[in-house]
Ligand binder design. Structure first.
Ligand code: CTP
Length: 489
C-alpha cells in the first residue's frame, strides 16, 4: 500500500532527502501513522532510521538551514528532536529492546526496522511509512495494523504476555486507546491484561495518571473506566473507585451499583461539557458512598453525608494521583460537596430564597453544578426523571431571573462615592471604598432596599461601627413617588 498522498507536509520530503544523503532508510512510525490512517490530527512525528537517529536529525537540520531550527539531542537515549512550527519531529535509531522483569529500564541495542516494529505495543501502532525518495509513502505493515484499524481492534503484535511484561503501562494504554478511539480490545489481549494486571505496580504513578487523564478526556470515559474495572487494574490504581462497584442485599433489598451509576453520570457530563475537571467531579461525586453505607430496617439503604465524606476524600485522591492540589482540586471538592443541593432544593419547594442560597454557595460554578446535578438523575423511572428535570428547569429559570435582578440592583447606586465623601467629610481614601462597597454588597444581597433612605441609614450605621462620624448631615429628600402607568380613567 502506498500512502504518499497522505504525507502532504513538505517536511517528509526534507527528512527523506536527508536520509538519502546519508544512504539510510527512514520511516515515519507509531502513532502518527495510525492517526494518519484514521484521519486524526497529530503533531508529534516519530522517525526511525537504521543507524543513528542523532546523525539523521543533524542532517535534517542542515537541510532545513540550521538557523531555522534547533536540534535537541538526548545522547543517553540516542534520540534527537527538532521543533518546526507546530510540529515536533523525533528521530531515533531502530532498536531491539527488552526490559528486565523487575525494572523499568530497558536494555537497548541497535536493531533492524522489523525488530523495532515487533517490540511496539499494538498492531495499530506498529506500522511504518517510508520517506526515502525511491519508496516514498510505502507502508510497512507486518502485523495487520490496517486490518485492525478497520476492525477497530487493539491487539499486540507479539504474544501479549511478552508485550505487557516488557512495559506493563501498555495495559493501561490498551484501555486508553479503546476509550479514546472507541475500539475493542481483542479477547486474547484483554485476557493477558487480566493475567498481568498486578505488574502495573512497577509503573510510576505519573505515567498511570497520564493515561487516566486521557481516559477522562475521551468521548465516553465509561468505556475505559469499565475496562479498568473488568481487567482488575482498577483496584490497584484507584481502590476508592473500585470500592463503589457491586450491590449489597439485605432482606431482599439492594441498592444501585454506585460504580455503574457513576460511569453513567461521567458520560452524561462528558456529552455536555469538555471541562475535564467537571468530569472528575462527576467521577468522584459519590466516592464517599462506600464509607457511609448503612442498612436501616425502616428506611433501607442510606449514605448519610456521603457528599461531605466524599469531599474530604478528594485531596487525598488528588495527591496520590498527582493531579495537583490547587484550584482544580478545590473546584472538584466543592462540586462533590454541593452535588446534592439542587436535588434537595427541588425535593422541597423552589423558593426564591432557596435559589439565592444555592447561588451564594456555588458562586461561579453554579452552571457546572447544574450539569452535574442533571446528570446525576439516572432513574429508570422516566416519569420521575422528567419531574426532576422539569424542576431543574424551574431552578435555572429562577436563578437567571435572580441574577439579572441582582445585576440591576448592583448597577443602581442610590448614593455614590462623592456624596459619601461629602456626608462623612472624607477625602478619597480606603474608607470611602469600604463604605461604597459595603453599601453595594448590602443592596446586592437584598439586606436592604435600594432606596436612598435605606442606603443612608445603612451607611451611617456602617460608618459609626468604623468610628467615622457624620460631618454634613444629608438632606433627606422626599422619596419620589414611583411613576404609575396612567390608566386612562
Ligand atoms: N510505544 C510502545 N509502548 C509504549 C509507549 C509507546 O510501544 N509503552 C510505541 C508505540 O508504537 C507508539 C509510539 O511508541 O505509537 C509512540 O508513543 P507515544 O507517543 O507515547 O504514543 P502515541 O501512540 O503516539 O499516542 P499518544 O500520542 O496518543 O500517546
Amino acid at each position: 500500500m502506498n500512502l504518499a498522498r497522505l504525507l502532504k507536509d513538505p517536511v517528509f520530503r526534507t527528512v527523506g532527502a536527508a536520509a538519502d544523503s546519508l544512504g539510510r532508510p527512514c520511516y515515519v512510525v507509531g502513532g502518527y501513522v495510525r492517526d494518519l490512517i484514521i484521519g486524526r490530527h497529530s503533531k508529534d512525528i516519530d522517525f526511525v532510521t537504521v543507524g543513528s537517529g542523532i546523525e539523521l536529525a543533524e542532517a535534517v537540520a542542515a537541510g532545513m538551514g540550521r538557523r531555522r531550527c534547533h536540534v535537541n539531542i538526548f545522547r543517553s537515549y540516542g534520540t534527537a528532536q527538532i521543533k518546526r512550527g507546530a510540529l515536533e519531529l523525533e528521530f531515533v535509531g531502530a532498536r531491539r529492546e527488552s526490559y528486565s522483569r523487575d525494572s523499568r529500564n530497558p536494555i537497548v541495542e541497535s536493531g533492524t526496522l522489523e525488530e523495532d516494529i515487533a517490540r511496539r505495543d499494538f498492531t495499530i501502532n506498529a506500522m511504518a511509512l517510508s520517506v526515502n525518495a525511491a519508496t516514498f509513502g510505502e507502508l510497512v505493515d507486518l502485523y495487520g495494523g490496517v486490518k485492525d484499524i478497520e476492525a477497530r481492534t487493539i491487539r499486540t503484535p507479539l504474544d501479549p504476555d511478552i508485550t505487557f511484561s516488557d512495559d506493563p503501562l501498555r495495559m493501561m494504554r490498551a484501555v486508553r486507546f479503546a476509550s479514546q478511539l472507541q475500539f475493542q480490545i481483542a479477547p486474547a489481549t484483554f485476557d493477558a491484561i487480566c493475567r498481568n494486571a498486578s505488574r502495573i505496580e512497577i509503573i510510576t504513578i505519573e505515567r498511570i495518571k497520564d493515561e487516566l487523564c486521557k481516559i477522562m478526556r475521551s468521548p465516553r470515559p465509561s468505556v475505559g473506566l469499565d475496562l479498568l474495572h473488568r481487567s482488575g487494574l482498577l483496584p490497584l490504581i484507584f481502590p476508592e473507585l473500585e470500592a463503589m462497584a457491586g450491590i449489597s442485599v439485605v432482606h431482599g433489598r439492594g441498592h444501585k451499583d454506585n460504580f455503574y451509576h457513576t460511569l453513567q453520570v461521567v458520560d452524561t457530563v462528558a456529552a455536555a461539557s469538555d471541562n475535564e475537571w467537571l468530569r472528575w467531579a462527576a467521577l468522584l461525586h459519590d466516592i464517599g458512598k462506600p464509607a457511609t453505607k448503612r442498612y436501616d430496617e425502616r428506611t433501607g439503604w442510606t449514605f448519610h453525608n456521603h457528599n461531605f465524606i466524599g469531599a474530604k476524600m478528594v485531596p487525598r485522591i488528588f495527591s496520590r494521583l498527582r493531579l495537583g492540589m490547587g484550584e482544580n482540586m478545590r473546584y472538584v471538592q466543592k462540586l462533590v460537596e454541593l452535588h446534592m443541593r439542587p436535588i434537595a432544593l427541588v425535593e422541597d419547594e423552589v423558593t426564591d430564597s432557596a435559589v439565592r442560597r444555592l447561588i451564594n454557595y456555588a458562586e461561579d460554578d453554579l452552571d457546572d453544578l447544574m450539569i452535574l446535578a442533571r446528570a446525576d438523575i439516572t432513574s429508570k423511572n422516566e416519569e420521575k426523571k422528567q419531574r426532576f428535570l422539569d424542576n431543574f428547569d424551574l431552578v435555572e429559570r429562577k436563578y437567571e431571573y435572580i441574577r439579572t435582578l441582582d445585576a440591576e440592583r448592583a448597577r443602581r447606586n442610590p448614593i455614590d462615592g462623592n456624596e459619601i465623601m461629602h456626608i462623612f467629610g472624607l477625602s478619597p481614601s480606603p474608607a470611602v471604598g469600604m463604605l461604597a462597597a459595603g453599601l453595594k454588597q448590602a443592596i446586592k444581597d437584598c439586606e436592604i432596599d435600594d432606596t436612598r433612605e435605606a442606603s443612608l441609614a445603612f451607611l451611617i450605621d456602617l460608618a459609626a461601627r468604623n468610628g467615622i462620624p457624620v460631618v454634613n448631615p444629608p438632606a433627606m429628600e422626599e422619596e419620589k413617588e414611583e411613576e404609575k402607568p396612567e390608566d386612562g380613567a
